[in-house]
Design a protein around this ligand. Sequence first.
Ligand code: IMP
Ligand code: MG
Length: 185
Amino acid sequence: MRNRDAVFLHNKEFEPFLNEHEIAAAVSRIGDRISKDYQGKEVILLGVLDGALMVLSDLCRVLDLNIRIELIKLKSYTGRQSSGQIRELIGLTNGLAGKDVVIVEDIIDTGHTLEYLLKQVDEQNPASVRIASLLLKEEIFRDRFPVHYHGITIPNRFVVGYGMDYEGLGRQLKQIYALKETEHK
Ligand code: IMP
Ligand code: MG
């Protein structure tokens, strides 16, 4: 699977993009801000599976707060593109009323997934809802709703690793890799 620093998934080549230190620093920045903003409160971290698996597990360990974890499993991506259609594979439980909720995402691209999820969460009347995402693809997302906590803004490239996949592969990688530009057909 590896060739020097490159990674091959389904015969596509991915090059190193963000290393473990950069990822850990971004998670820790997000964690510090959340700990400060919610000091003395209990927060529900709502992780969006599968992609947010790694960031959720690292983020919850740097928070200086009492937290509960809730999970939802959504799918919008097929291959390397957002399909625009959201499928709910594991739904929300009903425990969000009156709670402070922080949605935890790996990456925000078009924002369709979050738009869908925000509607679902709002229906339960939480006390507050904020969004935390490790990565933000700024070019595509265009500020359609506030992302209170984001780690790193990236150009419009397809990335894998640290929870993110290409057709199911690559989630376990410790670093984040970007599809080589020459592979974009
Ligand atoms: P959105 O609905 O277009 O904002 O994309 C939502 C989800 O698609 C993200 O939470 C990711 O799980 C996945 N996704 C978006 N961009 C990428 C990428 O570059 N690589 C892998 N997964 C991605
Ligand atoms: Mg995701």
